[in-house]
Design a protein around this ligand. Structure first.
Ligand code: ADP
Length: 480
């Protein structure tokens, strides 16, 4: 791995401002299997030390003027931009996504730091018109305290900046546990935060045993909030573990996104939207279209165009020019994709393109389109998290809505139509936290990202995102 500014590649954790721990756990390149770095294998004891450091740093950090915290965050944002190419190459090396996508993620991730550097100055309290002449009612907004953040591997930078930037802006201090597959991006961000002037203990990063680190973060009473992005299963576990100390929670969990194409859709736009939503990051995003519901009248035309486009996608190592789909994160991910495809085919689905591992082997799988998929198949029930576009058939709008809502998940949903009344009707009927109407890519630092039902609670991004990290304090001032 050749990086211009290799100063951002760390092999130790950041606890209380000191780089700590012995490099022990391998970090591998999913495209080649090559070991590209090592990080410490820390547990409960070191996590406790990180929490205590965060707690010790809290009074001074939360006591800064919002404008002072904003200036430090702004500098962190600028450093992320200055190191864009190195961060992108590091991400492709440890996560596998094509360099073009890694570069876009650096921009996307940094946009949260920029936005919350600005938003720090706009955490406004309230004065409530008084019900009593001798008194005044006010509402203060104060940081929740020490935050534990647990993040996934699919967006190694953005899932961190999206949580940490609003937390720091609000005046919280943080202990981050990154995914074991992609700790190097997290540590690089921490190094840049140090360079930006984030004081010792304000941001701590701990790598190692997930259960032990998670156990300490959720049980330690000094931690007042857990923010997590990952699987629904682990989210529920963290929620249960956090119950004992009644922590605040922000959870971004799995999705099972429906992507509905109505007869009156612009087919080319719908195909373009499907490609972007489905094959980006090899389908490994929680907002990726997981179930593509296509109306009878447009089914064949849409299937043909999507199949032709998917068959053209260039698969390869993320560092190669023109590659549009990289590897999956590991061989277990490929095994899950294979199991879903086999189950669907056994139950009557037809492979229009792909449907098998790619000739590159190991972690590579062909971009796939399956037709005549039905709700009894495994891939209708669970997130596949791979490059499989399963096409379901429906007859009318009511059936499409029932199919779309027929899951415990409720993160993102998409639909394509040119009928304005239908656009409103369907957007309101879908039980999802985010809706793309004639759009396949909806994430932005300016908008509230999050789900309903078992896809989680809380929102990241937009002015709502910083509210997760503040508590309201009502003050009644009497005797005036
Ligand atoms: P995925 O299957 O996409 O890896 P996970 O929910 O397993 O999703 O992982 C998301 C994050 O949660 C990762 O940082 C992972 O290490 C962490 N994690 C997994 N199990 C636990 C646990 N028991 N306690 C705390 N964190 C966990």
């Amino acid at each position: 791995m050749q990086l211009k500014n290799s100063g951002i590649v760390k092999d130790q954790c950041l606890i209380g401002g000191a780089w700590t721990g012995t490099p022990a756990l391998d970090v591998t390149n999913p495209a080649t299997g090559e070991v590209i770095g090592r990080v410490p294998d820390l547990g409960a004891k070191e996590t406790r030390a990180a929490i205590e450091a965060a707690n010790a740093a809290f009074p001074a950090w939360s006591g800064l003027l919002a404008k002072e915290r904003a200036a430090i965050l702004r500098r962190w944002y600028e450093l992320q931009r200055e190191h864009k190419e190195d961060l992108a190459r590091l991400m492709t090396a440890e996560q596998g996504k094509p360099l073009t996508e890694s570069r876009a993620e650096v921009d996307y991730g940094a946009s949260f730091t920029e936005f919350y550097a600005e938003e720090a100055k706009r955490v406004l309290g309230e004065i409530i018109p008084t019900p009593k002449r001798s008194g005044r009612m006010l509402v203060l907004k104060q940081p929740v305290g020490v935050v534990g953040a647990i993040t996934p591997w699919n967006f190694p930078l953005a899932m961190i900046t999206r949580k940490i930037s609003p937390a720091l802006a609000a005046g919280c201090t943080v202990v981050v546990k990154p995914a074991p597959e992609t700790p190097l991006c997290a540590l690089a961000l921490a190094e840049l935060a140090v360079q930006a002037g984030v004081p010792a203990g304000v941001l701590n990063v701990v790598t190692g045993d997930a259960e032990k680190i998670g156990g300490e973060l959720t049980s330690n009473p000094l931690v007042r909030m857990i923010t997590f992005t990952g699987s629904t299963e682990v989210g529920k576990l963290l929620m249960r573990q956090s119950a004992e100390t009644v922590k605040k929670l922000a959870l971004e969990l799995g999705g099972n996104a429906p992507f509905i194409v109505f007869d009156d859709a612009d087919v080319d736009a719908a195909v373009e939207g499907t490609l972007a939503s489905k094959y980006r990051n090899s389908g490994q995003t929680c907002v990726s279209a997981n179930r593509i519901l296509v109306q009878d009248g447009i089914y064949t035309r849409f299937a043909e165009k999507l199949t032709a486009a998917a068959a053209e996608l260039k698969v390869g190592e993320g560092t190669q020019e023109g590659v549009e789909q990289g590897p999956l994160i590991n061989e277990a991910a490929v095994a899950k994709v294979e199991a879903h495809v086999k189950d669907a085919v056994a139950k009557g689905a037809k492979v229009l393109t792909g449907g098998a591992p790619h000739a590159l082997g190991r972690t590579f799988y062909k971009p796939t389109v399956l037709a005549e998929v039905t709700p009894d198949m495994q891939l209708a029930q669970e997130e596949t998290f791979g490059p499989i576009a399963p096409l379901f058939r429906f007859h009318d709008e009511a059936q499409a809505i029932a199919l779309a809502n027929g899951t415990p998940s409720g993160l993102a949903a998409y639909f394509y139509t040119r009928d304005l009344a239908r656009a409103w009707r369907v957007a309101e009927a879908l039980e999802y936290g985010m809706i793309g109407v004639n759009e396949g890519i909806i994430s932005s630092e300016l908008a509230p990202f999050g789900g309903v039902k078992e896809s989680g609670q809380g929102r990241e991004g937009s002015h709502h995102g910083i509210d997760e990290f503040v508590e309201l304090k009502y003050v009644m001032m009497g005797g005036l």
